[in-house]
Ligand binder design. Sequence first.
Ligand code: FAD
Length: 466
Amino acid sequence: MKYDLIVIGSGPGGYIAAIRASQLGSKVAIIEKYSTLGGTCTNVGCIPSKALLDSSHHFYDAIKHFDEHGISVKNPTFDFGKMVGRKDKVVETTTGGIKYLMDKNNIDVYEGLGSFEDATHVKISKNDGTSEIIEGTNIVIATGSKPSTLPFISIDKERVITSTEALKLKEVPKHLLVIGGGVIGLELGSVYKRLGADVTVIEYAPTITPTMDKDVSKELSKVLKKQGMKINANHGVTSVERNGDEVIVKATNKKGEEVTFTGDYCLVSVGRRPYTDGLALDKAGVKVTESGMVEVNDHLQTNVANIYAIGDVVRGAMLAHKAEEEGVVVAEYLAGQKPHIDYNLIPGIIYTWPEVAAVGKTEQELKDAGVDFKAGKFSMRALGRSRASGDLDGFVKVLADKNTDEILGVHMVGARVADLIMEAAVAMEYRASAEDLARICHGHPTYSEAVKEAAKAAWDGKPLNA
Ligand code: FAD
């Protein structure tokens, strides 16, 4: 078979590239090595983690917060198997939805491992041992990423686990050790903390979420500690050993002392690595960087003119929505359009409770770049909406250029800020000033009023409700 476009990998990057290319008139094939479509995000990432976060959030509310609302539920309990089963159903419905979209857009789906024969031919090695070669004028590599580990840690997938296993445990750990205080570790740590596990986070950097704005990391750390999570920053893990059902983690703290942590499960969440195993990139002559990422130019084109790469397998944030945007960009570029992504405006979100969300530059980045900026901050506690719901933690911080008032970064911790951040992204896309945002009438009472107030604080230093 000959196609205008072959997409290898059906994650958010790959399946969106396939849909957009088909919408623009291309004959498209997509190859996926697993039996379900949707990639990491749908099967073992964004969707299942949010399903468990939501379930555990309901339980936590029932045991911690119902009472203050005057609701009494006698001894709330949960059925973990049912919770995981629900998560599986959410995943199944979502992967089924992607299959439906492939059919609707006349995209041929091939199940099997895709590997290059040369720059225009891809072999599909199927599970039944047979193989097939298809030809593509253009090819998109969208093979994503896999969890990475430290060289001295062996992941046994039983007690020393990655996020993939953490999403399908048979029991709630008694004491979960989490190596790495980044997004994935904190989200999955929150799930099990809410369900009653002791959770100890061990982070090498001086703060959790070290790449986020410092105020955000500080607030999140404070809130998670209040929820009972133990956070050990400045601890470099040196060994992870199994002793029966126990996992023993040794780390060196800031003073150079050895600290030992003992739990029954250890989640290793130290990042992800780009995944190109089995692709035979050498047969097509596609270059990868030293860290294993496929090298691309500004058009996401590899060194081989008809081969493109998108998503987690290339440079940039490993996020589903970044992968999706890149999928759209490649499809439109191939159709002769002039698409564009503003990488500065890709929001970063953590689905703990309260949620965390950010777009644009951090204070540190602005300082490092020598930008003259001003900051306006507004506490969630001062909002009527927050008092009504009881979600008092967090703040919104708006960073704006001191001379032009243009918004340069917005950082949030609070209820529903995962959704709220898009107001900031839209404003920044249109290069709004802090005053522009402060002058927009916001519904009352909403969490979004914190954005207006923080913008006003950045613009003229005079929030109205603080
Ligand atoms: P992937 O989704 O990794 O898909 C790649 C696909 O290619 C896979 O299905 C793989 O099987 C297939 N493949 C690989 N090699 C071959 C081959 N040779 N032949 C055929 N098929 C192949 N991001 C967010 O934006 N929001 C979140 O809330 C979020 N939560 C996450 C939670 C967890 C626990 C994890 C692990 C990740 C999370 N992410 C989240 C990150 C997100 O999942 C990734 O950024 C996203 O899936 C990347 O998309 P992709 O299309 O590049 O690759």
